[in-house]
Write a protein that binds this ligand. Structure first.
Ligand SMILES: *Cc1c(COP(=O)(O)O)cnc(C)c1O
Length: 447
């Protein structure tokens, strides 16, 4: 393994923080978090960037609203000669536009707090839960969707709250996948995280645990051998990280990723589409190429959420579709993330793609490929649909399912199924149905 690189520029910053500090301190993640930049003055001192007094007043107001914290490492990636256009600067440093709240923005746009059976758990999908185990991060992303929570001393999940979350998972047998997030779970100590993972692993129905962390991007030194050895005990663990720009994939980040990949941990990446940071097909293609070269599978590309103060980061959905158009077919399939809009109000992630189906008749589908070639696919003249009434014993398909494991179909899957006679899904407040006979309830109307 190559030595960790420690640049002259990083030494300069380290010396300004502490005259004695060198590579040993710099590459110690605890030193990094202890010396994270939390004030505008420290930022100015360490970067030699300076702001006008009147701007600083507003910047301080922004900082009082949403916390500032930048690791010395991440700060060292800022190109101070062109910081205004720098993707690292834009993700890390305050912008007065964060104080602008537009009419469509919300504190909790994804209704994570509504779909929360116990504090810290969001149970939105049938078989998996989001479990917020930390509310602190090494670096507070300016585009954070949970801006309302991170860094807020009133939202720190204590051991009791974590126990309550674990208890909920233990008592909810349909949960087979637990997604640890926060804040950043990797800001917890190895021992504490070990305890959480041990508790979860002991629950028979929990098949996989996922961890979402941005430390490989903003604090790669956190990925120590000790951490990785601890994680290895708890396989299968999947880790998703959050690179948004190719510039973030430095030699230190690559080393952190390699350590985890070498331990057999599958790695994914979730990017957020951000105006003036990565809203460009070329940047995105370079990012996904560097990710797969480092054994990280691009997982999701998120449309920026409607959280308060993010309007300057948001792009039209069309920009995301344009980026997907530039990736699908043009590069390796496994380098293409799924572009999703997380439904405001809590509907979950909705995948969005360019259209590839041009038309359809009873036996032909007309498709187009990434080059614009239009093609037809002849469907079979004879296809016997198998009526599925969930009587798997008599089915000719070789599928041995224990009935007990199944859950009822919901949504479009329900409409497609043969064993459920629902014919339409109707929003609860549909005016037309409200006008119908009041005694007739909606369920009758559906059938
Ligand atoms: C994203 C998310 C998940 C996981 O979704 P996947 O599509 O399985 O990655 C689970 N719960 C909540 C609340 C989420 O936001």
């Amino acid at each position: 393994m190559k030595e960790i690189i420690f640049t002259k520029h990083q030494q300069e910053i380290a010396s300004k923080i502490d005259r004695e500090a060198g590579k040993e301190q710099w590459t110690d993640w605890k030193w990094q978090t202890r010396h994270s930049i939390k004030t505008i003055e420290d930022f100015e001192h360490l970067t030699d960037i300076s702001f006008k007094e009147e701007d600083k007043r507003q910047l301080n107001e922004t900082r009082n609203r949403f916390p500032l914290s930048i690791t010395p490492y991440y700060l060292s990636l800022i190109n101070k000669d062109n910081y205004i256009n720098d993707p690292v600067y834009k993700q890390a440093f305050l912008d007065n536009r964060e104080l602008i709240v537009t009419a469509s923005e919300m504190g909790d746009p994804l209704s994570e707090d509504h779909d929360s059976p116990v504090p810290g758990i969001t149970h939105r999908y049938p078989d998996r839960v989001l479990f917020l185990v930390s509310n602190v991060c090494a670096m507070y992303c300016r585009h954070c969707t949970r801006k309302r929570k991170v860094g807020d001393v009133d939202s720190i999940p204590g051991r009791e709250q974590i126990k309550e979350g674990i208890e909920y998972i233990r008592n909810t047998p349909q949960v087979r996948d637990v997604l640890l997030s926060g804040g950043d779970p990797f800001l917890l100590s190895d021992n504490y995280l070990d305890w959480i993972l041990t508790e979860l692993e002991a629950i028979p129905h929990v098949q996989v645990i996922r961890i979402g962390t941005r430390t490989p991007v903003v604090l790669p030194y956190r990925i120590t051998d000790d951490l990785v050895n601890m994680l290895k005990k708890h396989q299968p663990i999947w880790i998703n990280t959050h690179f948004n720009h190719p510039r973030e994939i430095t030699s230190s980040a690559r080393k952190a990723l390699a350590r985890m990949a070498d331990a057999g941990i599958p790695l994914g990446n979730q990017s957020v589409l951000l105006a003036d940071v990565n809203d460009c097909p070329r940047i995105m293609k370079e990012l996904v190429h560097r990710l797969v070269a480092n054994r990280v599978r691009p997982y999701y590309l998120y449309q920026c959420d409607l959280s308060e103060g993010l309007s300057h980061f948001r792009t039209p959905v069309g920009k995301g579709i344009e980026i997907m158009e530039s990736l699908i077919g043009h590069t390796s399939g496994f380098a293409v993330p799924t572009y999703v809009v997380d439904a405001p109000g809590g509907g979950g992630k909705i995948p969005v793609m360019p259209n590839y189906i041009i038309s359809w008749s009873v036996n032909k589908v007309i498709l187009r490929n990434y080059e614009g070639v239009i093609t037809s696919y002849q469907e079979p003249d004879e296809y016997k649909p198998t009526l599925c009434d969930r009587n798997c014993k008599d089915c000719r398909l070789e599928l041995n399912l224990k009935d007990g494991e199944e859950i009822n179909a919901i949504g479009i899957e329900q409409l497609l199924s043969d064993y459920d006679d629902t014919i339409s899904l109707i929003p609860a407040d549909n005016e037309r149905f409200k006008r119908r006979n009041e005694n007739e309830d909606i369920e009758d109307a559906e059938n």
